[in-house]
Design a protein around this ligand. Structure first.
Ligand code: A2R
Length: 319
């Protein structure tokens, strides 16, 4: 059987399929990872990974001279150095599309929860405060203008849902898209100045690092709400905390953070933000689909049929 490494825990649904088809080495369980890599590195041809358990980069590739393919669990693959993989002729795959609607649903749920303060209202009832008086009136989704940062697969699914709620949509990305009806802003600060609600669905990595910074938050203004379901690194978290403290913006709904699973104590102490533990795609249904696509990519590759969903940095050309 072909040897592969699992860099972090995968749900049993996917892990059991991998174990049936491959000889699986569970790297994150090893007390001495370097020793395990030394022992088995020479025969490993595939990696199944994702998340922050082990960074999949040149150092790992060096330890795996026979490596051919890295199958990432998740559409975002910023924990994999895909550029370096491309240089070395390796293939990296991710799990696009199968999680698009789930994450978009969560984005709308988080937006509503933030605007109408649903977690706070729930806490209010449980604390018996309704018996004393009605919950104070909240801000509203009505009259809001939404700017999407990263109008990709998930961004478009979010935009459709925002349209269904009757709100205007704009977007910012590196390129104008010909086939979408939404207003395009080449400048994120200019978009922030024209809207009051930012929803970030941009990927992580160097090119988006701290893209939502103090200037963007200032432009968004005192009625501003920031929702992030993409990657935590896209927002300058310290600038966000300052903006929330000083009422530069109104509120934030965050599913992703800069240093997960660690969330700044200052955010946790704020009652006017909604914080979720990176659950965008975290339903049984969608995680099974993602797991299946990871397995299918590895099986297809080792059956000689090529990868199903290679990332842009490691395109696959059939010989
Ligand atoms: O910039 P464009 O036109 O290529 O648009 C992409 C945008 N994007 C950026 N926008 C501004 N500055 C950048 N440096 C930048 N880099 C990328 O993000 C595109 O519209 C969007 C990403 O869309 P997709 O590749 O279709 O990804 P998908 O499936 O929507 O997932 C987005 C992210 C994942 O990477 C995970 O981090 C998270 O959502 O689950």
């Amino acid at each position: 059987m072909t040897d592969i490494i699992m860099t972090g825990p995968l749900m049993a649904y996917a892990a059991d399929q991998l174990k049936a088809r491959f000889t699986v080495h569970e790297l994150w369980k090893a007390e001495d990872r370097a020793a395990l890599l030394k022992e088995i590195g020479g025969k490993v041809r595939g990696v199944a990974g994702g998340g922050a358990h082990v960074r999949i980069d040149g150092a790992l590739f060096d330890a795996l001279p026979k490596l051919e393919v890295v199958a990432n669990f998740g559409v975002g693959y910023d924990s994999v150095d895909a550029k370096e993989a491309g240089k070395r002729g390796l293939i990296v795959t991710n799990t696009p599309d199968v999680l698009t609607d789930e994450v978009a649903d969560l984005a709308l749920g988080l937006l509503l929860a933030t605007v109408r303060q649903l977690p706070q209202v729930d806490r209010y009832l449980r604390a018996g405060k309704w018996l004393e008086k009605a919950y104070p009136l909240t801000t509203s989704l009505r009259t809001r203008k939404v700017g999407i940062v990263g109008l990709g697969r998930i961004g478009k699914a979010v935009a459709q849902r925002i349209e269904a709620f009757g709100l205007p949509v704009s977007y910012h990305g590196r390129t104008r898209q010909a086939d979408v009806p939404y207003r395009y802003y080449p400048s994120l600060v200019e978009m922030a100045a024209d809207v009051d609600t930012l929803i970030s669905v941009a990927p992580g990595g160097a090119s988006t690092h701290h893209m939502i910074n103090a200037d963007v938050l200032k432009a968004l203004g005192p009625n501003g709400i920031v929702i992030n379901v993409g990657r935590g690194t896209v927002i300058d978290e310290q600038a966000l905390i300052e903006a929330l403290k000083n009422k530069v913006i109104l509120s934030a709904g965050l599913d992703v953070f800069e240093d997960e699973p660690r969330v700044p104590a200052e955010l946790i102490a704020m009652d006017h933000v909604v914080l979720l533990p990176h659950v965008g795609s975290a339903s049984v249904h969608t995680r099974e689909q993602m797991g299946q696509l990871l397995v299918d990519n590895l099986v297809s590759w080792f059956d000689g049929k090529g990868p199903l969903t290679p990332v842009a940095e490691t395109p696959w050309k059939k010989a």
